[in-house]
Design a protein around this ligand. Structure first.
Ligand code: SF4
Length: 329
């Protein structure tokens, strides 16, 4: 069944931190707390565009949901309850910090039909976390993850690549740990240098070098493959392209690309198709993979055509995601 998300951004509410890379208000493009009436409006607008039957999830993203004043958390969650009762919304997902999880909070989230809790882990290297002034430790991520799973929620752990002191090996170690902690889903965000952040000051002083787009694509592709093999769903790669990121107003430097996911999956498919036999005539993939198999700007198709001549890509629902079938001459 088709799955839809209704994203609701709760920017920087009550977040006492200022991680060196973050200026959440600028990224989400919103300066004020979202009033509950607006949440209703967002839900109604989305519901009117969906094709039924479908699964619908309301997702509170952006800052630190469980750090918001309890009453406000409740009023956001309250707004969604009638939709859950009527069956128009199936579940709720929230994102928050690992150090804002405790038994009381989890009890309340359970009462309000929250199904998935995503934690911004960012890195599972103590030194990377410290340098990024995240304000929580690896142990906090481990403890919170365990509590979330023990209480029966689905766990998501989000990670960043390319923060100061990070390396590809370190990022892979973070990915391995995310899987070991039992995450069902993840998001991979390359670190960007956003204006009005400490990272921007470091960048201006020449103390931080952002990943190039090629590096970011390569690191993300390697990590993405590990998650596929580990059965962890990658829900997103790269930041949501807000208007201010696209027009460059907020972005000082870093590997931002509106089609970042396509670039990453193009690379993964490029590697998969690298050693196909020279007498391949047709490559058959799942319809959802076709754009990535052909590649961004047809990169993969062009490369294969220059190596082995005319080649056709086609789709078949019976081919599993991330797999392919070949027709040979
Ligand atoms: S915890 Fe999240 S919202 Fe708060 S400063 Fe860090 S990245 Fe930004």
């Amino acid at each position: 069944m088709k799955h839809y998300n209704i994203p609701i951004f709760i920017p920087e509410l009550a977040c006492p931190n200022r991680c060196i890379y973050c200026n959440q208000r600028h990224i989400s493009g919103q300066l004020e707390a979202v009033p509950t009436e607006k949440v209703v409006k967002i839900i109604e607008e989305h519901l009117s565009t969906f094709k039924y039957p479908c699964e619908v999830e309301v997702a509170f993203f952006g800052g630190n949901f469980t750090g918001i004043e309890m009453d406000l958390q409740k009023s956001y969650l309250d707004v969604v309850q009638p939709y859950i009762k009527s069956g128009r919304v199936g579940s709720i997902r929230i994102s928050t910090r690992p150090d804002y999880i405790n038994d009381n909070i989890l009890e309340q989230l359970r009462k309000y039909n929250v199904k998935t809790i995503e934690l911004g882990a960012q890195s599972l290297s103590e030194k990377v976390l410290e340098f990024a002034e995240r304000g929580h430790s690896v142990k906090d991520v481990e403890n919170a993850s365990k509590k979330i799973i023990d209480k029966g929620f689905d766990l998501g752990l989000q990670m960043m690549i390319g923060l100061p002191l990070d390396t590809i090996e370190q990022s892979k170690a973070t990915a391995r740990k995310i899987m070991a902690l039992g995450a069902k889903c993840t998001r991979i965000y390359p670190a960007l240098v956003i204006n009005h952040t400490k990272l921007a000051d470091m960048y201006e002083r020449g103390e931080y070098e952002a990943l190039t787009i090629e590096q970011a694509v390569d690191w993300t592709a390697q990590i993405y493959k590990m998650f596929i093999e580990g059965g962890v769903t990658v829900l997103r790669v790269g930041l949501h392209p807000s208007e201010d990121l696209i027009n460059g107003k907020e972005l000082l430097a870093g590997p931002f690309h509106v089609s970042f996911k396509e670039l990453v999956l193009t690379q993964i498919w490029n590697e998969r198709l690298k050693n196909i036999p020279l007498n391949t005539m047709e490559i058959i993939v799942n319809p959802k993979d076709i754009n990535y198999a052909v590649g961004y700007n047809s990169k993969n198709k062009k490369e294969l055509m220059s190596e082995i001549g005319n080649i056709k890509f086609s789709t078949d629902d019976t081919v599993k995601r991330d797999e392919f079938r070949l027709l040979l001459h």
